[in-house]
Design a protein around this ligand. Structure first.
Ligand code: PLP
Length: 406
């Protein structure tokens, strides 16, 4: 597929009727890897994670006894602090609780199961759950599987302007039945890479409060949007200042690179301490019949990191390394397309944030990329910026140029 004059030289060198098997596996450029990749295209174990793993192995006091049903207490509290901020008024008022969950997916599942059973009464099968259009596809299934019969999209992405459809979003908030549940991406929206600005978030919050809509944040990429944990938690913290009761599903899969350890936390912000106790007692029952009690390794690792000043600083540095690589690839792709004179505007590449980008390539252009250039990306035009490296970016930019010009 790469026999053209534009194929990267190292690929041309490997042409032949009997290419080695490892080469066959590497043919093509994958622009939608499922996780963070280094500039060498490899998974990255964060240096701080390696360090803490050694501390855990060396600690003779640790064992493999069951954790409490709700999880490791020091993990739950430190994870919630990362989302809400050290000085969160809700934490100071003892109206925050948390459940250690199996990844961000587990946290969404726990929140969904609780809401279906207990939100505003015992039977919420008919309560609408709104997810953004488009969204991470599992949102639909997680809520549907928890028994919600009415999972609907809310307007979010304006394909024409390649940005947020604020008027549509606000319109759907205005017309949603009171008490509907809205799943909001806390930052680095997947798949569009487009977040509301602070001003836009304040508008969203105003309508949600007035119309008594339930806020369910999904925070899977804290640190990835800006490289700064506090900045990426702005929306969640702002909603707390506005007095919302809410859930926030946190994933540590991406920002700790702990994908297979299943580290997640469901942060609950309630009206008062008594309500937190009640919610947690019901969630304890749900955990008992779901995973009974959570795994310890990843949660221990995260808790030690968050609760030790030097390790915490090192982790923030590691997160910034990942975020900066993504930012560099964005800037570089945009500059290369501009230099090539590729028709259209490509500013959205740098305006979007986080791992994902909606390139704006249409299905036909995507097909060209796949069939003619062996560059693999989603039919929607979504790419994971981590699929780009300093070695393949020229080839990718040239291929995008070609597909657009053709
Ligand atoms: N939410 C969003 C928006 C995601 O993109 C993902 C993972 O891709 C998750 C939740 C789930 O994360 P986890 O792997 O921790 O379950």
């Amino acid at each position: 597929a790469h026999q053209g004059s534009n194929a990267p030289p190292e690929w041309v060198a490997h042409q032949g009727s009997n290419p080695p098997p490892e080469w066959v596996a590497h043919q093509g450029t994958c622009l939608s890897p499922p996780a963070y990749r280094t500039d060498e295209g490899q998974p990255w174990v964060l240096p701080v994670v390696k360090k803490v793993e050694k501390l855990i192995v060396a600690d003779n006091r640790l064992n493999h006894e069951y954790l409490p049903i709700l999880g490791l207490p020091e993990f739950r509290s430190s994870a919630s602090k990362i989302a809400l901020g050290e000085d969160s008024p809700a934490i100071q008022e003892n109206r925050v609780g948390a459940v250690q969950c199996l990844g961000g997916t587990g946290a969404l599942k726990m929140g969904a199961e609780f809401l279906r059973r207990w939100y505003n009464g015992n039977d919420n099968m008919k309560t609408p759950v709104y997810v953004s259009a488009p969204t991470w596809e599992n949102h639909n299934s997680v809520f549907a599987n928890a028994g919600f019969e009415d999972v609907r999209p809310y307007k979010y992405w304006d394909a024409e302007k390649r940005g947020l459809d604020l008027a549509g979003f606000l319109g759907d908030l205005e017309t949603a039945p009171k008490h509907s549940i809205f799943v909001l991406h806390a930052c680095a929206h997947n798949p569009t890479g487009t977040d509301p600005t602070h001003m836009e978030w304040t508008q969203v919050a105003e309508v949600m409060k007035r119309r008594k809509l339930f806020v369910f944040f999904d925070s899977a990429y804290q640190g990835f949007a800006s490289g700064c944990l506090d900045k990426d938690a702005w929306a969640v913290r702002y909603f707390v200042t506005q007095g919302f009761e809410m859930f926030c599903a946190q994933s540590f899969s991406k920002n700790f690179g702990l994908y297979n350890e299943r580290v997640g936390n469901l942060t609950i912000v309630a009206r008062d301490a008594d309500n937190v106790r009640r919610v947690l007692s019901q969630m304890e029952k749900i955990v008992r019949v779901t995973w009974s009690n959570p795994p310890s390794q990843g949660a221990r690792l995260v808790a030690i990191t968050l609760n030790t000043a030097e390790l915490f600083a090192e982790w923030k540095d590691n997160v910034k390394t990942m975020a900066d690589r993504v930012l560099l690839m964005r800037a570089s792709l945009q500059a290369k397309l501009q230099a090539l004179g590729t028709p259209g505007t490509w500013d959205h590449i740098t305006q979007q944030i986080g791992m994902f980008s909606f390139t704006g390539l249409n299905p036909k252009q995507v097909e060209y990329m796949i069939k003619e250039r062996s560059i693999y990306l989603m039919a929607s035009g979504r790419i994971n910026m981590c699929g780009l490296t300093t070695k393949n970016i020229d080839y990718v930019a040239k291929s995008i140029h070609e597909t657009v010009v053709n």
